[in-house]
Design a protein around this ligand. Sequence first.
Ligand code: HEM
Length: 112
Amino acid sequence: MSPTVYHILHVLSLLALYGGTFYAFAAPAETRKATLALTGVASLLMLISGFGLLAKLQLGFPVWVIVKLVCWLGLSALGGIGYRRRGAIGALKGTAFGLAAIAVVMVYTKPF
Ligand code: HEM
């Protein structure tokens, strides 16, 4: 597969994970299973496409990727937390934005 396919998959799964996570913050409890299935699949596709890109673009395994992995792990957990901690939605929204922002800055600046 070409790197473009991985790029598209990476960004589309990011949109699904991010959208699903924010939906989880406001959705009724009975949507939990379906929403977490969506964010789970999106999260897995993000990881696969991320490693696919690393290999195709021959980037090695730099530190900025480790930072992105931490952001990915955090973002992937937020939907499930959102269903259980309704009182913390404000903080969870800020965390989701912050993690995505750090990951995007990492990939476009590649500081280390
Ligand atoms: C919250 C998590 C993440 C976000 C928000 C994110 C976001 C992005 C964005 C916006 C791009 C640029 C796409 C483009 O220019 O077409 C990108 C590219 C990339 N991402 Fe991620 N990503 C995340 C997680 C990961 C993870 C976990 C990995 C590795 C396993 C990874 C590896 C890569 C690689 C290798 C590229 C290509 C870099 C390049 O073109 O020079 N990303 N990511």
